[in-house]
Design a protein around this ligand. Sequence first.
Ligand code: HEM
Length: 264
Amino acid sequence: MILTNPFAELSVNVPSILMQLFVITMIALVIIGTVMDIIHKKNVKYFFQNAKKAKLQAKKEISAGEKTSIVVKTVAHEILTTSELGAGKRRVAHLLGMYGTIIFWISSVIMIFCYSSTNIVTPTYWPILWHIGALMTCLGGYWFWFFLRVDVVAEAYPWYRIIQADLFVLALIITSTLALIWSFLQFSNINVWDTLFLALFGISNLVLFGGVYWSKFAHMFYKPGAAIQKNLAEADGSRDNLPLPSDKPKQFGLGIKRESPKHY
Ligand code: HEM
């Protein structure tokens, strides 16, 4: 199963062009959802206003070369490794989900646009990557969902309590789970069921990509922008109008030792 391109098998019943149109529709939904979110929250407007204000408060001018180096460092360190989440389970779970999803999406697009036909042989690494990507997303996502969510871990809500904020993570893990089940059923020739799970896989994608406006999907675009802006503000001395860190020793009192800190 792991060596089979499920989209090539699917092309016997569903024309490749339909699959490709589906992918293009999903990309369009992400763009529309993100633009609607930006208009509704006015976050990008605020972001640029803030950046302009920071520029006025800058204590030193940073050159184009310095700016490029800050952007490259932020991408390599903070964005690609989500260092914001500190060292620990939360970061490992996020990296599994993030890279799993990226691998799954890239291999889906390649297999659908280049190899969704039984006449073309798919290099085996693409289906392998597709299955591994889905598995990594499930691993990171279920770990986060059952054990790491703040409202479950720190606020003692039961794991089955679902709120709107869960739309993104749930749609993400359900999509990957359904992809794996569909691939298994198709490979095992369990006919009617594979069609049912293909339909469910399609619907879960519609929820994931169509739900951008209501979910946390767009954080994958906002977070990198915010990290770059924060580091630029640090370098030019404007520091988002925040004071410098204190040079006094940390004194939190004995209460701090009662419970080990949890990083959210
Ligand atoms: C394909 C890219 C990405 C995927 C699939 C992804 C996935 C997720 C998921 C499923 C969550 C949990 C959402 C929830 O609170 O319910 C999450 C949270 C988060 N993501 Fe991402 N993410 C991606 C990119 C990024 C990037 C680029 C950054 C930062 C530079 C980032 C930073 C965060 C942070 C700080 C949280 C909160 C984590 C927590 O509460 O434990 N993510 N992400």
